[in-house]
Design a protein around this ligand. Structure first.
Ligand code: HEM
Length: 321
């Protein structure tokens, strides 16, 4: 009875803490955009509350939370959704794209020695050396997971294998993975995947590289999905880049093949753009026709206003500039 009376209060407090996180931290990043902080239910074609999203993820077997890697709020919101699942009594495994299978032994050693030590996990697995944004951005997710005793799963292909696949060397992969997912053949949606990779790299890639990169992307999706399915306990949550959790390709498509009966919820964290005030405006960003390729979109402010293509061109060694 008491629990029932304080539950709404707990919810208000939890939502207030999320609301605090979306308060203007810096001007010009879209904190005052009408979509910021709102959640769009794609199938129902309407906005829903954060509470409704929390309920939806708590009822799914696989929950896919697609981020922009270097957006600190995306990780806070992923942690918030995971906490909602735990509060609802769920005990899912938590799989990370950012951890690859070669890191699994170091991860297991760390968790055996210090099962609650989320802060030290990054250093224990060599997170920084792999080139991901700082571990402290992701730590809120691990704080929640380890406090609830949830397993952590290293889900991704090793970078060396992905790089070999990019060069056309499928021998770097488990032959059974290649066979099960037809990685030695073009994908049904090959043209769309090639366009996505080209656009993600700002149209700057030589054409000859693109098919291999598509195969690497598909191989990562296949591996992560298999690890998610094998590592699930009371279901599983995947922390990954938004591109991997699109419902029209990526992990949701592979899950539909491997476990067609499972309830899957994919949430895309999407940064608002000035002048784009309706969810449908964002379909163009995904090249998915009029459809938004997620079950839910959680609109957020932007992490920065940096031109990603200018940044990428600066990084490219072959750039004549
Ligand atoms: C601004 C954002 C991005 C930058 C700066 C970037 C940069 C790079 C670089 C430098 C490589 C070569 C890596 C290596 O060989 O070690 C690469 C590979 C690759 N990128 Fe991107 N990329 C970006 C976004 C994306 C996105 C959004 C996707 C997904 C659609 C993607 C998919 C891939 C794939 C599949 C490869 C092939 C090798 C691998 O999977 O590791 N990239 N990217």
């Amino acid at each position: 009875m008491i629990a029932r009376r304080i539950a709404p209060l707990m919810l208000v407090l939890a939502l207030a803490s999320v609301a605090r996180a979306v308060e203007p931290a810096a001007p010009g990043l879209g904190y005052d955009h009408p979509l910021t902080g709102r959640v769009w239910d794609v199938a129902q074609d309407r906005f829903v509350t954060l509470d409704a999203l929390g309920t939806a993820v708590s009822g799914a077997r696989f929950v896919l939370l697609g981020e922009r890697h270097d957006h600190p709020e995306h990780h806070q919101f992923q942690a918030w959704l995971l906490r909602r699942m735990v509060d609802a009594g769920r005990r899912p495994a938590v799989a990370f794209e950012m951890l690859d299978t070669t890191q699994a032994p170091a991860l297991a050693r760390h968790l055996a020695a210090a099962p609650r030590d989320a802060a030290g996990l990054g250093e224990a697995v060599g997170w920084r050396a792999a080139g991901w944004p700082a571990w402290r951005l992701y730590q809120p997710i691990a704080d929640t997971a380890l406090a609830a005793g949830l397993p952590i799963v290293a889900a991704n292909l090793p970078a060396t294998a992905a790089r070999a696949v990019t060069r056309g060397d499928l021998a770097a992969l488990d032959p059974a993975l290649v066979r099960r997912h037809g990685l030695d053949r073009p994908a049904a949606e090959q043209a769309a995947l090639e366009e996505e990779i080209r656009a993600a790299h700002c149209g700057a890639l030589p054409d000859t590289l693109v098919p291999g990169m598509v195969t690497a992307q598909r191989a990562r999706d296949a591996e992560m999905t298999e690890r998610l399915v094998a590592g699930q306990r009371d279901g599983a949550v995947l922390i990954a880049g938004a591109g991997h959790v699109r419902t029209d390709r990526g992990v949701p498509r592979v899950l539909a093949l491997l476990v067609p009966e499972a309830r899957v919820v994919s949430v895309g964290f999407v940064e608002v753009a000035e002048g784009w005030t309706r969810p449908a405006d964002y379909a163009a960003r995904f090249g998915s026709g009029p459809h938004l390729p997620f079950d839910y979109i959680w609109f957020t402010a932007r992490a920065d206003n940096v031109d990603q293509c200018a940044r990428l061109r600066r990084r490219a060694p072959a750039d004549p500039d």
